[in-house]
Design a protein around this ligand. Structure first.
Ligand SMILES: [Ca+2]
Ligand SMILES: [Ca+2]
Ligand SMILES: [Ca+2]
Length: 694
């Protein structure tokens, strides 16, 4: 035998060398201690009780003779510490069954009388317990309701009251209940709360299915961004194509996916938001409570944003959000926008926040405005730890300075690799004039555009907010038809992303981005800037990869296989140290030869330009990839109030346009100064690639 008995090995040895021990008179074992000659007599006849345990997942506590508790956490041999004399009875029982997962352990050969050897044949076999998943249905008047658990085990529900799925689940397994088929005759809308969780140590009985007669949302027909039937004179189909997703079997409306609205507050008691608000999970940076309702009379933007993402559907009120059953919380960062709060808002309850929508940013004046390191670190943290390590998705308003013209790449938040810069198109699918161009843009979503048809969404209740009840806005002041900007396109994208994440909750933030890029719709197809990059993606400085399409994205997500690990390759800094010729169309070019990056498919490129200039609006900066694809990083422009210089003589541009291309090869940065008077220097530059092997 090769068992490790620890201190007991000495006891077993002692039995065979009794004489020596007797002579020394100083050996003792647990239970056999004490002085006197009788102790020595018992010493030679003491034995251990033990056996073997199998099937154990957690910790079981065994007892022998109603005592000598022994906690066991590993399969294999076990031995009680107390020794018994020959002839003693022993009786092994389970004192505490394992939890997490819940198991039941049974004992065989557990009792008897000790003979003249150690007892080693007690058997303990543990098996994980199974429990049923169920709950209660109420309000059901129609027929045909079918529930589903974990994508199967369909359960037809005939009436109100308790239900349980036929297939039990092992303790520790996850369950997720949803409505597969809604009732008809009358048409009903059944919503599930407490729909998902982990099976514990008993049957799950707290899944609540509440059915109510489905009442159409009266303003839905105005929401052309969700279903564009040309109702506002727009182009049929220029919307985010959510209806096929909502109407899929089972329906996907964002259930169980949390969207954080980081804004100037969120009116969580609003009649068309409250059903989706997660109680106690919002935050107010002004009064430090969990009620993020706008503190200031001038606020209200966030409630409009929240409705675009996740206003409740089929409740006879207002319209609907793109993800009308998503969970929503609000963080009123903009009412107390200091650096610490900015970082906090990016990561608060990050494990639970699937999508963080940010319809805010620096002034759209055309200047280069850097982001704070604390903010970037917070984003990085959210990517690493959000959604239990899958990464929080950050949607970011690309900017409304398109007519300045500002460029989204002059915004150090919108051009950061960790966010999705969302541009805006009108109901004709064409770029909204205010929507900023940029090599960093990912996808666009509809908002008010050329046809001046704005977005219908929730508004602060009553006179507050955008609508006080005055025409041409709605008489019902709880809603508005005036919302617009990339402030509206970003949460529309956030809602669509919630749908995608419900369809496939295991997507990492990188996979989600790839799905959006690959499934985006090539809008405004006549636009001359469309081109296909070396990775096979349609790209356009006005539109990124195109307009987000919920149905295409969800369908792609259903069978998506997550990509391999991220590779980051930071190239060396190339020194240039040349004056940029003033008012000159040739400029200064410099080439970096990238080798050994290990990146076969780029996911994002960061371009750090180091230099000086007295008016950055003079600068035209382009990056030319080995593929020949060009990223226009800076375009000659005039800033509102005048352009300033290069902040701290360094600027990080971002480009999405090389998605799927290889990193190795020659990359050329060309810096031109296209306007007279102001001048500057191209000092150096550097490339950082984010991507994967293949
Ligand atoms: Ca509604
Ligand atoms: Ca109002
Ligand atoms: Ca100049």
């Amino acid at each position: 035998m090769s068992r490790r008995d620890g201190p007991l090995a000495g006891c077993r040895l002692a039995t065979s060398i009794f004489a020596a021990i007797t002579a020394l008179g100083l050996f003792g074992c647990g239970g056999g201690g004490g002085g006197g000659g009788s102790t020595f007599i018992s010493l030679i006849n003491i034995y251990t009780v033990g056996g073997t345990i199998a099937g154990l997942s957690g910790t079981v506590v065994l007892q022998n003779n109603n005592g000598n508790d022994l906690a066991v956490s590993a399969n294999g041999a076990f031995t009680f510490t107390t020794h018994l004399t020959g002839g003693s009875p022993y009786s092994v029982t389970v004192l505490t069954q394992p939890a997490g997962p819940s198991q039941t352990c049974t004992v065989t050969n557990g009792s008897g009388t000790i003979g003249s050897t150690n007892v080693t044949n007690v058997g303990v076999t543990c098996a994980t317990s199974s429990f049923t998943i169920g709950g209660t249905v109420s309000g059901l008047t129609g027929t045909g309701l079918v529930l589903q658990n974990n994508g199967g085990n369909n359960l037809a529900i005939a009436g109100n009251g308790g239900f349980a799925f036929s297939t039990p689940l092992l303790s520790g397994a996850n369950y997720a209940v949803k409505v597969l088929t809604q009732p008809t005759g009358p048409s009903q809308d059944c919503a599930v709360t407490g729909s998902s969780g982990t099976v514990g140590a008993g049957n799950v009985t707290n899944v609540v299915v509440a059915c109510a007669t489905a009442v159409p949302d009266p303003l839905f027909t105005d929401q052309w961004h969700l279903q564009n039937t040309g109702q506002s004179g727009g182009t049929v189909g220029q919307d985010v194509n959510v209806l096929p997703v909502w109407n899929a079997t089972p329906s996907i409306k964002g259930a169980g996916v949390r969207i954080a609205v980081v804004d100037d507050g969120l009116e969580i008691a609003h009649e068309d938001l409250s059903p989706n608000v997660v109680a106690g999970q919002s935050f107010n940076y002004v009064n430090l409570t969990t009620n993020p309702t706008h503190v200031f009379a001038s606020s209200g933007h966030g409630t409009a944003v929240g409705g675009v993402a996740a206003a409740r559907d089929l409740n006879g009120l207002g319209g609907a959000g793109a993800a009308p059953r998503a969970d929503v919380v609000g963080y009123n960062l903009l009412e107390s926008n200091v650096s610490a709060n900015e970082a906090d808002a990016m990561t608060r309850n990050g494990v639970a926040v699937a999508v963080s929508n940010n319809s805010w940013g620096v002034s759209d004046n055309g200047r280069w405005a850097a982001s704070a390191a604390t903010w970037r670190n917070a984003i990085d943290s959210g990517l690493g730890t959000g959604r239990n390590g899958l990464g929080t998705i950050y949607t970011w308003a690309a900017g409304n300075g398109g007519s300045v013209p500002d460029n989204s790449n002059y915004d150090g938040q919108a051009n950061y690799r960790g966010v999705l810069a969302i541009c805006a198109v009108g109901d004709d699918g064409v770029k909204a004039s205010y929507s900023e161009r940029g090599a960093n843009l990912w996808v666009c979503a509809p908002s008010e555009g050329r046809g001046n048809h704005a977005i219908t969404t929730t508004d602060r209740t009553g006179a507050a907010g955008f609508n006080s009840g005055t025409a041409p806005d709605y008489a019902n002041a709880n809603y508005t038809n005036t919302f617009n900007g990339t402030s509206s396109s970003a949460p529309l994208a956030a809602g669509v992303i919630a749908l995608v994440l419900e369809a496939n909750p295991l997507l990492t933030w990188r996979d989600l981005r790839l799905i959006l890029a690959q499934s985006a719709r090539k809008n405004d197809p006549g636009n001359a800037e469309w081109t296909m990059n070396g990775g096979g993606f349609n790209i356009n400085h006005n539109y990124g990869f195109g307009v987000i399409d919920a149905n295409a994205a969800v369908n792609l997500a259903r069978t998506w296989v997550n990509v391999g690990p991220q590779i980051v390759f930071a190239g060396a800094t190339a020194t240039v140290n040349l004056a940029i010729p003033d008012d000159n169309t040739t400029g200064v070019s410099n080439t970096i030869n990238v080798a050994g990056s290990g990146i076969g498919r780029i996911e994002f490129v960061e371009i750090t330009f180091n230099g000086t200039h007295t008016y950055v609006g003079d600068l035209d900066i382009t990056l030319t990839a080995p593929s020949g694809i060009v990223s226009r990083l800076s375009e000659e422009h005039v800033c509102l109030g005048g352009c300033l210089g290069v902040p701290s003589n360094t600027w990080r541009f971002g480009s999405a346009r090389h998605l799927g291309e290889a990193a190795n090869g020659s990359w050329t940065l060309t810096v031109k100064d296209l306007a007279p008077v102001d001048t500057g220097t191209f000092t150096s530059w550097q490339l950082t690639f984010y991507g994967r092997l293949n």
